[in-house]
Design a protein around this ligand. Sequence first.
Ligand code: ATP
Length: 270
Amino acid sequence: MVPPYLQVSSVSLGYGGVRALFDVSFSLDQGTMLAVIGANGAGKSSLARAISGLVPLQSGMIRFDGAEISGRPSHLIQRKGVVYVPEGRGIFRSLTVEENLLLAMRHLSTRSSRLQAKDFAYELFPALANRPKQRADTLSGGEQQMLALARSYTMDAKLLIVDEPSFGLAPKLVDQVFESLRQATARGITVIIIEQFVDRVLSMSDLCLILAGGAVNWSGPVADARAVLHERYLGSSTSANGPPPDHPSGVEAPAETVAPVNSQRMPDIE
Ligand code: ATP
């Protein structure tokens, strides 16, 4: 049997006395997209940092593409193709757009491969193609987010972990960012996306992981996730025994992601 592309097994970690993740396990196949959702402080970014090697595990193991990556330095994990785009960008602010892209592509040995990677980035984000000489810190928030993603695509990412890519973006730019992620998976890149826009992210993901208090509250296919979220957060039930409790497992509704009970927002959930 082929082992999963990414295998996270019983991972626990903390910061000083603060426990951030507890016994988290899941696996992902190549080319799939996983949506990680949960309330503020649920451990979503800690999971991203753990996979990227930015924080040490207290226990557990992470394997990627046939090798154990837990315990390895983050630059070596990145060299294996695990690219983390943190919330709030991850760009060199004093460098221009073009210089940011060139730095991300330094592992590409030929001029033609660099040109190809740059063309791909500019094709996905035409707004950047018009301003190669502009300093990153003078870009708008949305353009900086595009640059952060463009950099990750040119880094030859195999597993892309994006932390709240829609943060602070206008709706039109959110569409563009999500479309670029969809294109990334169409090219075989495996994506883990941490998002507050639950309905949007579920509509383009394959799997969903709900974190609560640092532990896995639920995981499975997005088709089932919609029903779980609908029941737990919107307070309606398909059960004949009446409505379920608002938060049956002690899970808080992720901030800004779900409507208050009875308000009937979240149009994607039938
Ligand atoms: P948010 O949606 O608000 O970004 P999150 O789900 O990404 O939250 P984490 O950032 O992973 O959550 O934080 C999980 C827990 O670990 C929280 O209780 C947080 O306060 C704590 N934590 C995170 N980073 C640190 C740190 N560097 N030092 C101490 N505690 C931390």
